[in-house]
Write a protein that binds this ligand. Structure first.
Ligand code: INI
Length: 178
């Protein structure tokens, strides 16, 4: 039986740079998600100087900001944090679909991983549950995901002939990474 090579991202964030873009809309929820994300990055070994937090008005503004941050070449991974609560009109559907589509485009266009930490809930209670109560903290999960994807992206960088061996030194020099 052959032993297939495994290529994984680890959970060590030392030396990696992260950008977190956070929506102010429903800040009662998004600030808790932000705390969870920062907690995960800190526990993963990321340094405060390597984590930037950027606020935007609402979830709809997350994609453009994420794309601009990715284009700076400063970040190994980004986390987009928002909370969209269903109202009485179709506004919710437009905000949700354009935010998710835009964030996927941002990471596909730039090659920088973007964690989708946007809660899309019918009720405030559902959001609270996912921002540190019964459902855990989705921000913390996004923080761990950002570390893993940052490491995996380093390993899979174009031109790397042996991705399984690459990326072990998470403190490689910074530059534009695609
Ligand atoms: N933005 C959110 O982040 N969450 C919401 O629940 C929300 N609702 O329900 O309207 C929301 N709207 C604002 C939107 O994201 C933009 O900021 C606004 O339309 C200006 O472009």
């Amino acid at each position: 039986m052959i032993q297939p090579g495994k290529i994984d991202g680890g959970l060590s964030g030392g030396g990696l740079r992260f950008g977190i873009v956070v929506s102010r809309f429903n800040s009662f929820i998004t600030e808790r998600l932000l705390q969870g994300a920062v907690d995960a990055l800190e526990r993963g070994g990321a340094a405060g100087k390597d984590v930037d937090v950027i606020h935007v008005p609402g979830a709809f503004e997350l994609p453009l900001t994420a794309k601009k941050l990715a284009a700076t070449g400063r970040y190994d991974a980004l986390i987009a944090i928002g909370c969209v609560l269903r109202g009485e009109t179709a506004h919710y559907d437009y905000v949700c679909s354009e935010t998710s589509r835009g964030l996927q485009l941002a990471q596909m266009d730039t090659g920088v991983p973007v964690m989708f930490c946007v809660l899309t809930c019918d009720t405030l209670e559902q959001a609270i549950d996912r921002a540190g109560l019964k459902g855990g903290n989705k921000g913390f999960e996004a923080g761990l995901g950002a570390i893993e994807m940052a490491q995996l992206s380093q390993k899979l960088r174009a031109g790397s002939k042996s991705p399984g061996a690459a990326g072990k030194a998470a403190s490689a020099p910074k530059g534009r990474r695609k």
